[in-house]
Design a protein around this ligand. Structure first.
Ligand code: ATP
Length: 245
């Protein structure tokens, strides 16, 4: 359903062309749980930004359900059924958590349902629903609220998460894994997660290993792990959950 054809991305740095991604060809199937992993700086977040429309590829094309969306804006991609959770979520001054979740849920949603979305990510609705989505929220709280909005979006066909574990405490991480397991089991949408986390890699249907801006290998956890060892030597980037903050 999502197809990337020969995606390249380069930037100008100090007058020189820097190749960030080169010749990325990928197909993500409906309802599949895919994880993109790879060393720091290998181009994972850039690829996510290109998928969601924050960055435009220098060359190559993106198809979503057969439609060429390469020139679609972020809003048009969202309307087509894509959702995205940022590595560093955006704050919205003047907007409450309730507003955000209600907006994501769309049609009139009863109070119990709204609260259940927050509960799923380990937040007590009573404490958070009326809070402003501003600097008073911690990074981890903000991230969980953002994930709750994706759960609330019933029409999402593809949900993209960039390092959902970043800044999340160990207890919340366990809950988060359950959220992803549940999403995976429900098979309502394709899920694409950028992650280095063992437990997230463990539940993936397919893992895409990126290194130096290229797809090095696509396969299951057991197929990918030896390759990761080769690339990183001692596999430092493959974190167990003990390494979560
Ligand atoms: N606009 C830009 N200008 C210059 N360099 C950039 C730009 N965007 C990305 N890069 C570089 O491209 C490389 C890939 O960055 P990216 O954020 O995609 O990596 P990543 O695999 O997500 O890393 P991490 O695991 O650390 O989050 C990095 O070396 C980064 O510094």
């Amino acid at each position: 359903m999502l197809e990337l054809k020969n995606i390249c991305f380069e930037v100008l740095q100090e007058g020189k062309v820097k190749q960030i991604l080169s010749g990325i060809n990928l197909k993500l199937q409906d309802e599949k749980f895919t994880v993109i992993t790879g060393p720091n700086g290998s181009g994972k977040s850039t690829l996510a930004k290109i998928i969601i429309g924050i960055e435009k590829p220098t060359s190559g094309e993106i198809f979503f359900n057969g439609i060429n969306i390469t020139n679609f804006s972020i809003t048009e991609r969202a309307q087509a059924g894509m959702s995205f959770a940022f590595q560093q979520p955006v704050r919205f001054k003047g907007i409450t958590v309730r507003d955000l979740i209600q907006l994501a849920a769309g049609r009139c949603c009863d109070e119990q349902k709204l609260c259940s979305y927050l509960l799923e990510v380990g937040l007590c609705a009573r404490d958070y629903m009326e809070r402003e989505v501003d600097a008073s929220l911690s990074g981890g709280e903000l991230k969980r609220i953002e994930i709750a909005t994706i759960i609330a979006k019933q029409n999402t066909k593809l949900a993209v998460f960039d390092e959902p574990e970043a800044g999340i405490d160990l207890w919340s991480f366990h809950k988060l894994i359950r959220v992803f397991e549940k999403m995976h089991k429900a098979k309502k949408r394709a899920i694409l997660i950028i992650s280095h986390q063992e437990r997230i890699l463990n539940i993936a249907d397919e893992i895409i290993l990126i290194s130096n801006g290229q797809v090095k290998k696509i396969g299951t956890r057991d197929e990918i792990l030896p390759e990761m060892m080769d690339i990183v030597g001692n596999c430092k980037f493959y974190q167990s959950e003990d390494a979560v903050e």
